[in-house]
Structure formats: structure tokens, C-alpha cells
Design a protein. Sequence first.
Length: 240
Amino acid sequence: MREIFLREENGNDVYIEVAMNAYAYSNKYAWLLSVFVKFDALNEEAEGFEEFLDLKESLIIALEHDEKAKYVGSRVVDGWSEFYFYAADSKGLDAVVTNILHSSDYVYESNVVRDTKWDFHYQNLAPSELELCHIQSEKIIFLLQEEGDNLEVQRSVEHYVSFTTPTQKNKFINSLHIDGFELKDEISSDEFEHGVALVKTHAVTSSEVKKVVNELFKEIKKEQGYYEGWSTVLAQGEHV
């Protein structure tokens, strides 16, 4: 499964696609292949966008043939699309890339380095715990949009938090001073043995949800807690 998320690096927005099951191959593949193509893959209206996507998939298929390499993700920054693969060995990788890209009109370059610990993957592709929260948020927002929801409408939103111990949970509850958040319930289940449901009224646009989650996440981590996601109802279900 591939997931897409946004990360800020040195003041620049970097759009990252990551293969979530990539690390399962880390023991087999120790060589990192990087392929840089001069094309802004974020602009879906750009001329040749669909052709570029076809080229990307052709490159992935060619490199993954006979399990020679594994596509682990891509980054789009400053008008360049960067594709990353881990391979069993370094031989023949550049030849495959050249075979796919040489006849195209794209400016490109490729590079192969040894990366047995998958350091590049951890630092530049793998989402952090907070970024995973934002990935999940975008899925919920997409479902709301599919139902025709008006994301700008403020409504009651429940946010779920869990802790390893009851002491951590109680300390969090007793020090809860986050603007707009109120305690709704304490949750005890197989999934959330020491959980808390908080409620806050806010819009569910991507920017607003990200802001709210960032704020709550920071406070949760003071007690070593975990953010478990959020839920709400369609705006039509609220008295707005």
C-alpha cells in the first residue's frame, strides 16, 4: 500500500509517497537506487501528466521484475520527482533506468549507493508517528468529501487518546488545559485500556484538522500518550 503525505523541510513543502510495507524487504535489499526526473508531479494539469504517471509505473515494473529491486517511495520537491528503490545488488540498475528514460524528453539522473541500514528510508521517506496521524486524518476527510460534506462547517469532533498506564492517563486529564478541548469519556476496552475521548468544536478542513492534531499531539506526548484518531458526523447532522 502506498500513502502520500506532506512534510516541511527547510521551509519547503515536500510531498512524499511511501510504500508502507517497504521495510519488510530490508533484510534482502541493501542498495539504494535514486532516480531524479525533472517533472513537477504535483501539477495534475501539466502537459504530459498522464504520460509521466505511465512512465513512473513502467520504471517501477521494470526494476521490480524478477524481484531485482523494490520501489519504496518518491519525493516531489522544487519541480523534481525523485523515485527510490532498494535492490539486491547494484549491477544493471542504471541500465534499466536508461532503457526506460533515455528515449523520453525528460532530464534525469540516477545514482546507486549502499545503504544496508536503510538510513535514507528512515530519514527521508518513512512517516513519523505524527505524520501517520495526518495520513489517517486525510482518509477521514476524503470520506466526508465523498458524502458531500461542507468541511468548513464547524461541528463537534471527538479525538481519542490512549496511555500505557492509568497514572499517565490521570495526569493528562488533571492537567488538561488545551483551548477548546473538553473531556467526554474515559475509555476502557481491549483496544484502549487506558483511553480518553476528548471533544472540540472545529471545522474539518485539512489545515484545521492538522492544526488541532498538532496541538493535541504535543500535549499527549508530555505524558507519553498516543493519538488514536478522530471522528465526527456530517455537517448536515449538526444543528448549524
